[in-house]
Design a protein around this ligand. Structure first.
Ligand code: ZN
Length: 451
């Protein structure tokens, strides 16, 4: 089992280093949450057999350990809004050190005692793009492997906490696990979310789960030339869609906020643990014809069966995706009761296959940041349409700017669109394209001339 998430600091009220003077065991973590009012708790740093901290540690202004060296750790003040990595000891009222793995976005050679090495369950806290980040996983990693997983997930800072039997997680819904249920540890980290009711549903009262397909351990789902991996794409799309939905006041939970593996059952458990969840959206790219290139291409959405909110959601998303001009399959909504996440989620569920990574034209799109931005915005808009939530434009990009227009360019784009060479005229007219899309366009134009 694994729990991992990144949380914007504005949605955190307090990050508490809980001193376990009552000697709660791991299987009593719900009592810690009840006592503190925290939202979830994970295990803490390594400690001595005397239950003393043995690395830099300060909790609510009380210094528990002050060794005679400086090193990196996470530090924050009472409201946690300045949470980040610092050289310790620092002047802040909370800080924690254990084994730092990532500093300033770069992996470091971790220093640890031999009894902390080897492959074992792991937990860590850190930061990613200014967010609080944590992971507690039963998957066995060496410290170096954990570092690489977190790096590939985009963590900018990471401190590995105690591993093996000290790894545990519990949240206020009762979800969690304990690697050694009877173990008593001197410190836990308890995170208090800001206004849980609001962050659970967003200001719109709607809640969506985004399920980024696959994980960093799956390198099989890729383009035949190895230039594209589905797990990376899915994660990137989840982040893009999340930003749009949250801007519209829709609460978002990701089943896989990071690169690490999450089972299909766990993805469904995350969704089924959210009462009144409005929609589950799984993000993938398609494949056809074995491991080679194939002619099949286009966007499609899968649902368990016809009718209901799932079909309404799929149709609403499809309608917005069509507006982008991207290629859509001739049967764009497919009923497939065999897909696990469609079958085992209680909420209406849609699985999106974004184009084929086995098609050379599609894969150029899949790799193109402008295409991703366009399709993610369209899908988000379709989700908002379906949920009846007003679309909030991006202030920086969607506010009409004083663009004089370029009639010559627009006419040229219209000609190329009519000739089937350009799929997304709006993006070309808006000068939203990358080197990759220009390359593809040149190739398509040359092909068109040759026929
Ligand atoms: Zn997939």
């Amino acid at each position: 089992m694994q729990f991992a998430e990144t949380i914007v600091l504005e949605k955190i009220r307090r990050i508490q280093i809980y001193h376990n003077t009552k000697r709660y065991r791991q299987d009593q973590m719900d009592q810690i949450l009840a006592e503190t009012g925290g939202s979830f708790a994970i295990g803490g740093p390594i400690y001595l057999s005397s239950y003393q901290a043995c690395c830099h540690l300060r909790a609510d202004g009380v210094t528990h350990c002050a060794p005679d060296y400086t090193t990196y750790g996470m530090a924050w003040s009472a409201d946690a809004q300045d949470y980040g990595m610092e050289k310790l000891p620092s002047g802040k009222s909370n800080y924690i050190e254990c084994v730092h793995l990532i500093v300033d976005g770069k992996g470091v050679d971790p220093h640890y005692n031999a009894d902390m090495g080897g492959r074992r369950a792991r937990q860590a806290i850190g930061a990613k793009e200014g967010r609080f980040a944590y992971i507690a996983t039963e998957a066995a990693y060496t410290p170096e492997q954990l570092r690489d997983v977190l790096l590939s997930s985009g963590w900018d800072a990471a401190v590995m906490l105690d591993g093996g039997g000290s790894v545990c997680f519990r949240d206020s819904t009762g979800a969690g696990f304990a690697c050694d249920p009877g173990r008593v540890m001197p410190f836990y980290i308890v995170v208090h979310r800001a206004d849980v009711s609001e962050s659970d549903t967003g200001s719109s009262g709607k809640h969506v789960v985004l399920d980024a397909g696959h994980d960093a351990g799956n390198l099989a789902n890729r383009s035949p030339d190895g230039s594209y991996y589905e797990h990376e794409f899915a994660l990137d799309m989840a982040r893009r869609i999340r930003a749009h939905l949250e801007r519209c006041g829709i609460a978002v939970t990701e089943t896989r906020p990071d690169g690490a593996a999450v089972s299909l059952a766990q993805r469904c458990a995350i969704a089924n643990g959210i009462a009144g969840l409005d929609l589950f959206v799984s993000l993938h790219s398609n494949a056809a014809g074995g491991s080679g290139w194939s002619s099949a291409r286009g966007w499609s959405a899968y649902i368990y069966g016809a009718g209901g909110k799932r079909e309404q959601a799929a149709r609403a998303i499809l309608a917005r995706v069509r507006e982008t001009g991207t290629a859509v399959r001739s049967t764009p909504i497919v009923q497939d009761p065999s897909l696990y996440v469609l079958k085992h989620t209680a909420a209406p569920a849609v699985l999106i296959e974004h184009a084929f990574h086995t098609n050379a034209d599609d894969v150029a799109n899949l790799k193109d940041a402008a295409w991703r931005a366009s399709v993610a915005a369209a899908e988000s808009r379709g989700i908002a349409d379906h949920l009846g939530v007003a679309w909030v434009p991006e202030t920086s990009q969607e506010t009409p700017q004083e663009t004089p227009g370029d009639p010559e360019l627009e006419a040229a784009v219209d000609i190329l669109t009519a000739a089937g060479i350009i799929d997304s005229p709006d993006r070309w007219k808006a000068l939203e394209y990358t080197d990759t899309s220009v390359r593809l366009l040149i190739i398509k134009m040359a092909k068109a001339l040759g026929t």
